[in-house]
Design a protein around this ligand. Structure first.
Ligand SMILES: Cc1cc2nc3c(=O)[nH]c(=O)nc-3n(C[C@H](O)[C@H](O)[C@H](O)COP(=O)(O)OP(=O)(O)OC[C@H]3O[C@@H](n4cnc5c(N)ncnc54)[C@H](O)[C@@H]3O)c2cc1C
Ligand SMILES: *[C@@H]1O[C@H](CO)[C@@H](O)[C@H](O)[C@H]1NC(C)=O
Ligand SMILES: *[C@@H]1O[C@H](CO)[C@@H](O)[C@H](O)[C@H]1NC(C)=O
Ligand SMILES: *[C@@H]1O[C@H](CO)[C@@H](O)[C@H](O)[C@H]1NC(C)=O
Length: 534
């Protein structure tokens, strides 16, 4: 049914792909964005605003550009592999312009409520109340795509930190942190060793008198720069590896990864070794943290037992004077505009493949980007959007309620077993597996078998190369004619921004000529034989 009206809530990376997917399928999107511009989390603002995501000025991506792109719109080849937030915003602006998305977005429009209409069970329609500059208006929509992100509501578990009321210094959540200047000369404790915690500890230690990094669990620390200086995700997130990870026993993979990370620095000596194994919890990205620990600018400490007026007392009994506490304790998930109705959302946030509430009478509500892929968000949200609009249109059908519930329960059990039983891990998915799963629904998963028959060169790159988003535009609905080329040139785009000083010669040549090496080798061989005989 063409001309269906869809409300897209939020104009971050997920909202933009939702608008584009609607247009691709001939639906009529209207995007409501509460702030005055696109970009969501990636638009840095000096001031925080309640209910909106907020990042620090230096924030950069932990996923590389080839893995982070929209599937039919690679990043420009000269862009660096890991991107500062301003570069990502630039890219989002180009994408918006390229696909003419701007005219579908209403800025300064906050969605206050989304409710089923009285005839919902037959029409699947929604009443949406939008507040624009103080005025509320109600609209009717045939479909809703919720793209409001995961990082708008800071989680500040003050009740877990006894004595925080008496603490005389300053404390903030990492959501409030922007730049380091005003922390000059302070003694600072950063609580939590997620990506933000590690980043802030490193940044603050350039100006602070001392930084303490307090962690309950510890963490495995990854680096963005992997073997041969290539981006970590392009080296590891390949189709081949996603198969290997299934056939190898988990303990072997854990052992391999932990050994690899410990070779860079010993997590035990550095006080970071977690009790959990590598695969069972989100790892933290930080290329700089070990440098700052070894130079004493960041001191790793255990959990805080309590705060006094001027200090922190840790669980090991040690005490340190501090002026500032930064809680990098993460975020809570909330959808304040959604009707309180168990068919929309139950206590566990049960959603079929993280997109569709399974109990809803009509599948006209989709959550986009409400998950944590171990990989990039942009392509994941985009693929979810492509699936959602097809379900809205009736081109794809959802399974029965009981089948969906079974799928959700099975996934939950599996996640509990794989990851620590932590609410924050409940939305975690392995990137390639999840992408393939959604792609199968739409019919855009690349068929390796026929690729090997008809285009072996491409097939090799699809199997052994990084599993980039362009793979999901090779066939099926939404096929993009540039996808093959984008895949075959991806390695060039990775190398290009690095080659700013091009060397005319290749490898430095060895100063010892080959004939001499051969003679030495033969000599050593004979000596060894003589010794063994002798
Ligand atoms: C420090 C940090 C680093 C990260 N690094 C990476 C990375 O390297 N790679 C990666 O892939 N992901 C990364 N992420 C994850 C990041 O969340 C996603 O990349 C992406 O920003 C998600 O976009 P989104 O559109 O889903 O949500 P958001 O970017 O949060 O956008 C949500 C939008 O919805 C709007 N909104 C909210 N409520 C309403 C309402 N009621 N009415 C109207 N509008 C509303 C908000 O104003 C906002 O513009 C990182 C996250 C953090 C916190
Ligand atoms: C906070 O304390 C409660 C019990 O008091 C505990 O269940 C919970 O795990 C703690 N959370 C954090 C983040 O420390
Ligand atoms: C939603 O409904 C449940 C039960 O009907 C109630 O316990 C809860 O407080 C309600 N929440 C809100 C935000 O109204
Ligand atoms: C990148 O950082 C964000 C924010 O901390 C996190 O949610 C995401 O999982 C990280 N990405 C990867 C691939 O770990």
């Amino acid at each position: 049914m063409p001309g269906k009206k869809v409300a897209v809530i939020g104009a971050g990376v997920s909202g933009l792909s939702a608008i584009k997917s609607c247009l691709e399928e001939g639906l009529e999107p209207t995007c409501f964005e509460r702030s005055y511009d696109i970009g969501g989390l990636w638009r840095y603002e000096e001031k925080t605003e309640g209910g909106r995501p907020s990042i620090y000025k230096s924030a950069a991506s932990n996923t590389s550009k080839e893995m982070t792109a929209y599937s039919d719109y690679p990043f420009p080849d000269h862009y660096p592999n890991y991107l500062h937030n301003s570069k990502i915003l630039e890219y989002l602006r180009m994408y918006t312009e390229q696909f003419h998305l701007m005219k579908y977005i209403q800025f300064l429009s906050k969605v206050c409520s989304v409710r089923k209409r009285s005839d919902f069970s037959s029409t699947g329609q929604w009443d949406v109340v939008v507040e624009t500059q103080g005025n509320q208006e109600t609209y009717v929509f045939d479909g809703i795509m919720v793209c409001t992100g995961l990082y708008s509501d800071p989680f500040l578990p003050l009740q877990n930190f006894s004595g925080i009321k008496r603490f005389k210094g300053q404390y903030i959540h990492s959501w409030d942190y922007k730049t380091p200047e005003k922390f000059q000369g302070k003694r600072i404790i950063v609580v939590g060793i997620g990506n933000s915690g590690a980043d802030l500890a490193v940044e603050l230690s350039h100006v602070a008198a001392q930084v303490f990094l307090s962690t309950r669990r510890g963490a495995w620390i990854w680096n963005r720069v992997w073997d041969n200086g290539m981006p970590m995700d392009t080296s590891l997130f390949t189709r081949l590896n996603s198969v290997l990870i299934k056939v190898y026993p988990t303990f072997l993979i854990n052992r391999w990864a932990e050994k690899k990370l410990n070779t860079r620095f010993n997590h035990n000596i550095y006080g970071l070794q977690p009790r959990h194994r590598f695969l069972s919890h989100q790892a933290t990205f930080s290329d700089d943290l070990p440098n700052h620990i070894i130079s004493g600018r960041v001191l790793v400490k255990p959990n805080v037992r309590e705060f006094t007026e001027t200090s922190a007392i840790f669980e090991d009994g040690t005490e340190e004077d501090v002026d500032v506490i930064i809680f990098a304790t993460g975020y809570t998930l909330s959808f304040p505009f959604l009707e309180n109705d168990s068919t929309i959302m139950d206590n566990h946030h049960s959603m079929f493949k993280f997109v569709f509430p399974p109990q809803l009478e009509k599948p006209t509500l989709a959550f986009i980007g409400i998950l944590q892929p171990v990989g990039a968000t942009i392509p994941t949200s985009e693929l979810q959007s492509r699936w959602a609009v097809r379900v809205f249109k009736g081109l794809n059908k959802l399974p029965s309620v009981s089948d969906m519930m079974t799928d959700i329960t099975t996934r939950r059990t599996k996640t509990r077993k794989e990851f620590l039983n932590n609410p924050r891990d409940s939305h975690r998915v392995q990137y390639v597996d999840y992408m393939d799963e959604i792609a199968t629904e739409i019919g855009v998963k690349p068929s390796l078998f026929s690729l090997f028959l008809w285009d072996p060169k491409l097939a090799m790159e699809v199997l052994f190369g990084p599993c980039t988003p362009y793979q999901y535009r090779l066939q099926g609905p939404g096929k993009w004619h540039g996808a093959r080329e984008a895949i075959l040139t991806q390695r060039e785009r990775i190398i290009k921004p690095l080659r700013t000083r091009i060397l005319s010669c290749g490898q430095p040549s060895s100063s010892v000529p080959l004939w001499l090496k051969s003679i030495c080798a033969a000599f050593l061989f004979i000596v060894t034989l003589v010794i063994i005989q002798g």
